[in-house]
Design a protein around this ligand. Structure first.
Ligand SMILES: Cc1cc2nc3c(=O)[nH]c(=O)nc-3n(C[C@H](O)[C@H](O)[C@H](O)COP(=O)(O)OP(=O)(O)OC[C@H]3O[C@@H](n4cnc5c(N)ncnc54)[C@H](O)[C@@H]3O)c2cc1C
Length: 465
């Protein structure tokens, strides 16, 4: 059987490509190939009480229908400046209209109507206060699906797509098939070859390495990328309340005085929990907030973006190395009170229990992040905490908890046209894996861009099946 379109990966990018194609060209034969499981069968063994991470060959947390987004916090960031790099390919007005379109689809499938962070007086006040303190505040509208509701939204999308496309689960694509500089299909891990007129690659961040290897093999041009390394900060919720009540997710950017590095806040979780994330055999840290469950704390990441000095060009390996160092020293994620870090001593269970912030991640090891993070990162993080304290007093408190490390890998970027087509004809690359997005909304929007380009191509070019 030959398909019109094969989509590799059933994360938000792949799902939105499929939904757009189905809506506009129901006659298309579409195949989705996904190495993880269907949404109902995704279950991390750690959710079964007390089970440690079993390092499953295919991680149910990031693989399967819904991709990495299935168990995510489901914060839909509706600002073009946040969550990806699509602005390199489309102008701001087009991007905003794509974002609004994609957002509308999420609402249609069950995302709540409520929006946070309008352009009200409070936002203007915070913007001014930030500017006076060396910080840039990026206002953004956010729709919060919540981790607990994400699954329902994805299930409804699955039901819609299920009737119209073929999907192969627990099936891994190994190679992209090319003939005369044109994509002609895929080869599966079991050796089977499947042909199609178009191939859309949407493998997500966890398979970025696979995509990079494939891109090198088929000689696509790759572009340079930074790596983001930092910590997750946890404070009593009232400390950030002046910001989170006005904007839900305050995005603040700072350029450090000493190194002139870009330092930013990321993924703010009011009344949320710090969580561990298992990625390719290492533990990093992240945060969640639930629509129906609250803690007394708010957490957010402080991330430092750096490019490396030549000839070094392996940002992913560098970030992995730092995360593994934290695991090596702490047996997993390390937690430290800011006061202990400043005093040049490790945190202990006893010192943390004296603090006013009760850690929400219970199995982080009290330790010393100065053994893990290079001076440049620590210095940037300290400067950022100091700047933030001037707009939200209490952040730079000795009781503030720092968890390490949080690492955000930018997938390498592939040279793409503005319709996200690679240098190989009829081969598209979308979503986080291709380095065009870093969040649910732009990943989904990138899927729509690729689908719309395919829909524009004259049907005559589609060869008979
Ligand atoms: C813990 C966590 C919380 C997050 N919270 C948020 C949030 O609140 N808001 C937000 O906007 N974003 C959030 N994100 C990011 C968001 O989930 C991603 O940006 C988004 O899922 C990217 O979509 P994608 O389709 O590009 O890739 P993915 O969602 O990663 O999907 C890729 C899919 O491709 C499959 N695949 C990979 N390689 C192959 C192969 N060779 N063959 C077959 N299948 C393959 C994978 O199994 C996977 O299912 C979060 C991410 C995580 C991990």
């Amino acid at each position: 059987m030959k398909y019109d379109v094969i989509i590799v990966g059933a994360g938000p990018a792949g799902i939105f490509s499929a939904m757009e194609l189905i809506e506009k060209a129901p006659e298309f034969k579409i195949l989705i190939v996904e190495k993880g499981k269907d949404i109902d069968r995704r279950q991390c063994p750690m959710d079964v009480k007390g089970a440690p991470c079993l390092s499953c060959p295919e991680c149910d947390l990031v693989s399967g229908w819904g991709g990495a987004g299935a168990f995510s916090d489901g914060k839909l960031n509706l600002s073009p400046e946040i969550g990806g790099f699509l602005s390199r390919h489309v102008d701001t007005a087009t991007l905003q209209s794509l974002i609004d379109y994609v957002d509308g689809v999420y609402v249609k499938y069950g995302a709540p109507m409520e929006l946070y962070g309008g352009d009200g007086k409070e936002v203007a006040r915070i913007k001014e206060l930030a500017a006076k303190n060396d910080l840039t505040f990026v206002p953004s509208k956010i729709r919060h699906i919540g981790t607990d509701r994400c699954r329902g939204v994805l299930k409804r999308m699955r039901e819609f797509v299920n009737e119209k496309v073929s999907t192969l689960f627990e099936t891994e694509v190994q190679r992209i098939l090319i003939e005369k500089k044109r994509a002609i299909g895929i080869k599966l891990k079991d050796g089977q070859e499947i042909c199609a007129d178009y191939v859309i690659l949407a493998p997500g961040r966890a398979s970025a390495k696979w995509l990079e290897t494939e891109c090198r093999r088929i000689k696509l041009t790759l572009l340079k990328n930074p790596v983001d390394i930092g910590v997750r900060v946890e404070v009593p919720a009232p400390v950030l309340e002046p910001l989170t009540s006005a904007t839900y997710e305050p995005k603040l950017i700072f350029y450090s005085k000493k190194f002139d590095d870009k330092v930013r806040t990321f993924c703010v979780n009011p009344y949320g929990e710090v969580v561990k994330e298992h990625l390719k055999g290492m533990w990093t840290v992240n945060g969640h907030s639930y629509a129906e469950r609250r803690t007394n704390n708010t957490n957010f990441a402080i991330l430092v973006s750096t490019f490396f000095t030549e000839p070094f060009d392996e940002p992913i390996s560098y970030g992995t190395y730092i995360a593994r160092l934290a695991n090596f020293l702490g047996g997993g994620v390390i937690v430290q009170r800011l006061g202990d870090l400043m005093k040049g001593r490790r945190s202990t269970h006893e010192r943390i229990s004296k603090g006013i912030v009760e850690p929400t991640l219970k199995d982080a090891t009290p330790g010393d992040l100065s053994f893990v993070l290079p001076y440049r990162y620590l210095s940037d993080i300290m400067e950022m905490l100091d700047a933030l304290d001037r707009i939200a007093p209490g952040i730079n408190s000795r009781h503030t908890l720092l968890y390490g490390v949080e690492v955000k890998f930018y997938s390498m970027q592939i040279k793409l046209t503005d319709s996200l087509e690679t240098e190989i004809k009829n081969l598209f690359a979308i979503g986080d894996g291709a380095g065009v997005s870093r969040g649910l909304i732009q990943a989904s929007a990138s899927g729509v861009i690729a689908a719309r380009e395919i829909l524009k191509r004259p049907p005559l070019l589609l060869s008979p099946k």
